[in-house]
Write a protein that binds this ligand. Sequence first.
Ligand code: FSX
Ligand code: SF4
Ligand code: F3S
Length: 366
Amino acid sequence: MKEKSQKNVFSLCSRRDFLKYCTVMAASMGLPLSAGEKIANAMTSSKRPPVIWLSGQGCTGCTESLLRSSHPTLDNLILDLISLDNNETLNAGAGKQAEEFMERSVEENAGKFVLVIEGAIPTKDDGIYCQIAGRPFVKIVKEMAEKAGAIIAIGSCASWGGIVAADPNPTGAKGAPEVLKDKTVVTIPGCPPNVYNFLSTVAYFITYKKLPELDHLGRPKFAYSRLVHENCERRPHFDAGRFAEKFGDEGHRKGWCLYKLGCKGPVTYNNCSILQFNDVGMWPVRCGHPCFGCSEKGVGFNIPMFVEADIKKDSVITPAATPAKIKYERGGKVSSTAAGLVGAAIGAAAGAAAVTVTRMKSEEEK
Ligand code: FSX
Ligand code: SF4
Ligand code: F3S
């Protein structure tokens, strides 16, 4: 996929819509509103670095998550915006042709491109359990990492092994930070992760030529600094001691807290309860399934579903009674109060832009 000009990008959505998206994205990352225009310019510059996406031991759910993005509204726009120069699932070409195109892009953009690693990396027996074009994935990852400007591990498998590294881990699967010990690797865990956390991280890097602030596991703080439990819609039931005891019982049908069904929200840092998925306002707990801690190292795929989570100190923070509303001022601008509220309420959750823009749109339509 070749880079497209600004003109092409804006033929897919209006500049005004795109600026809205970037402004809310900036606010949700805790940046000043003026950063929105800066992000928009950087993301549509013909000089922006490409993204090279490698897939190892994963289920391709992370790529599927990328394809579910809808703000900006078209998949094409997402592909153009981040200038995705390689992704085996999405490449137009195949085999030698695709390999050559990727190699050319890597050489032309050495030291600048964003390397995205999806899936775990098998290390046992010299990495023979995952090979691309006859070469061990672990070797390819190490070579590409030497030339990359930034490295992002997308999904829990790439972040620390995920389901692939679950006991007994027959292939010696590891996450990218463990394989690339001397590099800074941004992790966007989740199984799959929320695509807007990924897109916002890329936007931040392309705009500011540096990475956003990361936590001790390499996760961007704007997305992973709050527990799922802190902003869970079932939280009032938790506080009041109303729990579902079995799947399908009265409490479960009434939407009570899923803690006793093994919910790991109290020990899992992620913004699912605010950002939600696929622009339809859905996330695991809303559809009646306990959070299983997919984005938390040592929780998802490690602690059995039926084991009750420890209650952390942060878990007792009482959430706001209602989420902050985001409105437009007349003339189509996001009100600065609203943007501030988004930042505060979301804990600067990247990509809240997506959900927010949907809400703004319906406000406008009303
Ligand atoms: Fe892992 Fe990606 Fe889970 Fe799947 O490929 S994070 S198994 S949803 O999607 O790596
Ligand atoms: Fe929500 Fe789970 Fe916390 Fe209950 S335990 S409030 S379902 S995150
Ligand atoms: Fe994962 Fe829990 Fe969110 S299972 S998707 S971190 S609600």
